[in-house]
Design a protein around this ligand. Structure first.
Ligand code: HEC
Ligand code: HEC
Ligand code: HEC
Length: 284
């Protein structure tokens, strides 16, 4: 009797918890994180993004296997099928936690039809194998790219002990100060704020090479500089409309474009690296 009550109580608690979780389904996103052992296959732990390059190989090998089976070229088919096998199994060597994600039976079937020169069966065998690629990609592809391949600005400073975020706040205040002063006809303040903004942009531009080592990212480039020059001129002699247009263009070129790549990716990255504490979890 006492035991059955105890079990009933347990069930009730489970139902309540399940209910609460379900009620919150519209307010949370559940995503799986890749095992941390994958970090060794990405910069900075590795010199290259080895994991990604293994993936590129797999895609190429799948394509080659399909191609050579379609033209019934047994020799090349075998060569590429072997490589596909090797790199597919490598997934579990690189990230042991993902061993169970592999469909080794599908791979064995593919190798068999290749060995027996059953060319017409290769596409089906490839499709079966591809299912295991797709399952893992649905769960982990986007989140891995976000966590391991996007720019990390968290420890970066634009000048000694000025964090990137604080520098950004200043830039934003300067942009708005120009707008306010322009609207209220305070030309001197608008011009001096533009000077500060130009300096701030130049300082920010020196940080690009921290990460963009090979390809030279030019910031501010010629179009940004021309827009600044035009704004400076229009703050003195132009109409309010000219000033607004130049400032808008400047904000798009010098701020919004980079935010589209970097701020967006960085914000999502940080959200995935953060370890939520119990309070945050409970609040949800
Ligand atoms: C156990 C998990 C897993 C399996 C299985 C897997 N992948 Fe991936 N794959 C990933 C992850 C994680 C990424 C994201 C890597 C990144 O963007 O840095 C990825 C990315 C890719 C990409 C890069 C896409 C792009 O253009 O950016 C290709 C191509 C790819 N995988 C091909 C394959 C093929 C083909 C197979 C099957 C033969 C396969 N993968 C099996 C985890 C997996
Ligand atoms: C913390 C490292 C880091 C810093 C600093 C950085 N970037 Fe990037 N940037 C990256 C990475 C990594 C990518 C690749 C894609 C991503 O992050 O989404 C990238 C991609 C880009 C892209 C889009 C792809 C391309 O190469 O055209 C642009 C544009 C860009 N960065 C501009 C800039 C500018 C301008 C600065 C300086 C004001 C800058 N970046 C500073 C790491 C950085
Ligand atoms: C590297 C490309 C890049 C450029 C160019 C850039 N930003 Fe940012 N911005 C970022 C990143 C990355 C963050 C997130 C930084 C953080 O949260 O620490 C950010 C954050 C911000 C923030 C929020 C700051 C905070 O801590 O909440 C403001 C405001 C901002 N930027 C304004 C600007 C303005 C104004 C400009 C143009 C004059 C500009 N940014 C140019 C990348 C850029």
């Amino acid at each position: 009797m006492r035991w059955s009550r105890f079990i009933l109580l347990q069930c009730l608690i489970l139902v309540v918890i399940g209910g609460i979780i379900y009620m919150h389904k519209d307010r949370v996103i559940v995503s799986k994180k890749p095992p941390s052992s994958i970090a060794q296959w990405y910069k900075p732990e590795n010199k290259r993004h080895v994991w990604l390059h293994t993936m590129f190989k797999l895609r190429r090998e799948m394509q080659a296997v399909k191609f050579y089976s379609s033209i019934k070229d047994a020799e090349h088919l075998e060569k590429w099928a072997n490589q596909l096998n090797e790199h597919y199994l490598e997934i579990a060597e690189m990230v042991p936690e993902w061993e169970k994600k592999l469909d080794k039976a599908a791979m064995t079937r593919l190798q068999e039809v290749v060995k027996n020169n059953h060319f017409q069966d290769v596409p089906n065998a490839l499709d079966d194998l591809r299912e295991s690629c797709d399952v893992c990609h649905t769960d982990y592809r986007a989140i891995t790219a976000i966590m391991y391949r996007t720019g990390d600005f968290s420890a970066m400073e634009t000048s000694p002990s000025v964090a990137v975020g604080s520098h950004m706040e200043e830039l934003s205040e300067q942009v708005n100060q120009i707008k306010i002063a322009s609207e209220d006809g305070m030309t001197d303040i608008a011009l001096s704020s533009l000077d500060e903004l130009r300096n701030g942009i130049t300082v920010l531009g020196k940080t690009c090479s921290n990460c963009h080592e090979k390809e030279a990212v030019v910031y501010p480039g010629e179009t940004i500089n021309n827009t600044i020059a035009s704004l400076q001129n229009n703050l003195k002699v132009g109409t309010l409309k000219d000033q607004g247009r130049d400032l808008g263009t400047l904000a798009v070129l010098a701020c919004a474009k980079c935010h589209g790549t970097h701020r967006l990716a960085y914000d999502i990255r940080q959200a995935h690296w953060a370890d939520p504490n119990w309070l945050t979890l409970l609040k949800h």
